[in-house]
Write a protein that binds this ligand. Structure first.
Ligand code: UDP
Length: 232
């Protein structure tokens, strides 16, 4: 399976940067999931450091394409941090990157990634897809197709996909199941549009769930009902 972690999942709630405590918590959850025998490839975001889009607009001092490369580098920073946190609790890992950073990460080669997974290593995929103007959601969809993952687990801070922002609207309804078409037509903010299009075209299911609830990653891996299932 692909576990999509946003950069913010490595930071304290509402803050930027990397929190040792948050990383330890998520690493322990990943360990439980790994112990259940599942192959895990993590696609890391970088939004806790920066997103390329924040530099768009007339007054931007950094060109938008440059900023997206900076965002990709942010995902590498997060991946290195997560690698050490996972290895600290005994999980074997490999960091691979779509953006060449040879000193710290292997380049992403599909068959090599699959081999690492077969050997029981947690593979941390950084650098997105290595091209600007997309996000790591697209990378998660792309890699899920490449390695033929059963599902994309999209970790969020809320319990799944709601009809409205649950932090603003107390009457927002939590969906337990959605079709790809419903996600598109209701304009639900699940993953970016390219990622949804890829998943829809190739029938790759997405489970959106709350990683802050203890044990949820392992529950999701076991196929228990957590969060919102997006698929056929
Ligand atoms: N990015 C990119 N190409 C990719 C993946 C990411 O240009 O293939 C850049 C993009 O600017 C993005 C940033 O890296 O905003 C960080 O990734 P993302 O926003 O997906 O992080 P998350 O929101 O998951 O923390």
């Amino acid at each position: 399976m692909i576990l999509k972690l946003s950069g913010e999942s490595l930071a304290e709630s509402g803050k930027r940067g990397i929190s040792g405590a948050e990383m330890a918590t998520i690493s322990n959850q990943i360990k439980l999931a790994h112990e259940s025998g599942c192959q895990i490839a993590i696609v890391n975001g970088g939004g806790n450091i920066l997103r390329g889009a924040q530099f768009s607009g007339a007054n931007a001092t950094v060109g938008e394409a440059t900023a997206h490369y900076m965002g990709m580098l942010a995902t590498v920073i997060n991946s290195l941090a997560l690698q050490d946190a996972l290895e600290d609790i005994g999980l074997p890992t490999r960091v691979m990157s779509a953006l060449p950073v040879d000193k710290v990460a292997e380049k992403f080669i599909r068959r090599r990634a699959i081999r690492h997974l077969e050997k029981g290593r947690v593979v941390i995929l950084s650098g997105g897809i290595g091209c600007p103007f997309v996000t790591t959601d697209t990378a998660a969809a792309q890699r899920a197709l490449e390695i033929d993952a059963d599902v994309i687990l999209k970790a969020t801070r809320v319990d799944g996909v709601y009809s409205d922002d649950p932090e603003i609207n107390p009457h927002a309804v939590l969906y337990d199941h959605l079709s790809y078409q419903e996600v598109i037509s209701k304009k639900l903010r699940v993953m970016d549009a390219t990622a949804i299009a890829l998943c829809s075209e190739h029938r790759k299911p997405i489970l959106v769930f709350n990683f802050k609830r203890d044990g949820n990653i392992v529950r999701a891996v076991r196929g228990e009902t957590v969060g919102t299932w997006i698929g056929d």
